[in-house]
Every structure is written in structure tokens, then in C-alpha cells.
Design a protein around this ligand. Sequence first.
Ligand SMILES: [Zn+2]
Ligand SMILES: [Zn+2]
Length: 256
Amino acid sequence: MKAVLTVMGSGTSMGVPTIGCDCAVCTSPDPHDRRTRPSVLLEYDGHIILIDTTPDFREQALREGVRRLDAVLYTHAHADHILGLDDLRPLSFRREQRIPLYASDTVARVVRGMFRYIFDDEYRYGTMAQVEMHTVNGPLELFGARFEPVRVLHGDTEIFGYRFGSAAYLTDFSTIPEASFAQLRNLDVLFLDALRHKPHPTHSTVENSVRIVERLRPRRAFFTHICHDLPHAATNASLPPHVRLAHDGLKLEFEI
Ligand SMILES: [Zn+2]
Ligand SMILES: [Zn+2]
């Protein structure tokens, strides 16, 4: 079936502009150079699924006019991917059932610890986000679509990317283990981490991600988790035509 992917955010953990920075990208007038923290939203068959709740989730959801949410998938428990969880509140109040969250065991443990007041049944003050955590170790089916965790290495930590239908979203990785390449064949859309040109211990570079695109040959590739080293227009001009920097608000159609 047809699905639409919306890029909620395409920036690094610090976002672009970065606080206190006067570089050319942080002061650029091009709106494509404004990057909130990384996340994508998927819509198909009347259902809406979010990957990661960034500290910018509130602004992203207002910008995109999000009015419902049916599930959240987590890639990993770094602050830039989970801290917006509390802002699920207004969307959770519009539903009859709690919003299901899906994460690996390790990530679920960190999220429960960080947001103890939400998951702690004893807490009676205020109105908590109505969510419930489910742990995932393998493929899961959500509203008629299959989501497969794709194991990637973020430094030496194993985290999840996800494949869903003809698309895959791999944010925050430095290496894709050989075993995971098999899950990434015949893609229409592939999202890859491409922090910058200079090597980084826990993130992929533009050059490394271009090599991954050459190997996997998706029809289209988009780079995300982009820092202020990469100006949008100039970097795109240097990339092959089917490889683009993602930008906040980008929407794509694909088959799920
Ligand atoms: Zn990140
Ligand atoms: Zn991370």
C-alpha cells in the first residue's frame, strides 16, 4: 500500500543552528539549513507512526499539523531521540487506548528510568502521557505493515534502524554489520546517517554513506543527522543525483 514519510528533523543531537555558533550554515538564510533533531513520521492506511521522540517533537508536530499518533518506534536511547516523550501527552489524551511504544530491551529500560513518573503507577499528580512500552527483538506488524529492526553499530553500541516495505531508516550508525546488509536489498528509499565529512567515532560520514549507497543501490537515498559542516545546497550539488541531504519537512511517497 502507499505510504508517506515526513522528515520531522534532519539535524544532529545539537541541532542546526547550534547554540552560540556563527558559522555560515548556522547563520544561513536558506530554510533547508535549519535542522531539528532527527525523526521521521510514517502515514499509511489512516495510521500514523513516529520514529523517535526528539526534544523538538512539539515544534515538529505543530509544524506538520500532526493530530493523531498510533505508535512510536525507538532506534536508541540517546537524549536527542527520546527526550520529547512527554510531549506525546496531548496526542495520547485524544485516544481511547494508550499509545504503544516499541523499543529494544535496553532502550525500554533507559526510557522507563528517564521517565519514571510516566511509567510509575503510584504517581497520581498531573496527567501523564498515556503510553505503554513494548519490547521488540525482531520484526513486528503494525496496522498491516511489517517493521524489521535492522541492527547497526553506533560506535560500539548496537542499536536499531528499521526497514518497512520499500524503505529503510538508519539514523545514528558508524558501521552497518555485514549481517544487516541482507535486510537492505531492493530499496526504493534509504535514509542514512551522514554527520559530516570528518570522521566521527559514532557516526557515518558523507563519503562512507555514499559508499553504502553504491553497494546497496536503492532507487533514492537521503542523508540525515547532519551537522553544521554541511551546507544544504552546496552539499547536494556535490552528491550523485539520486542521493540528497534530507531536510526538515521533506515528504516522500513509497510502498509499505
Ligand atoms: Zn542522534
Ligand atoms: Zn545517538
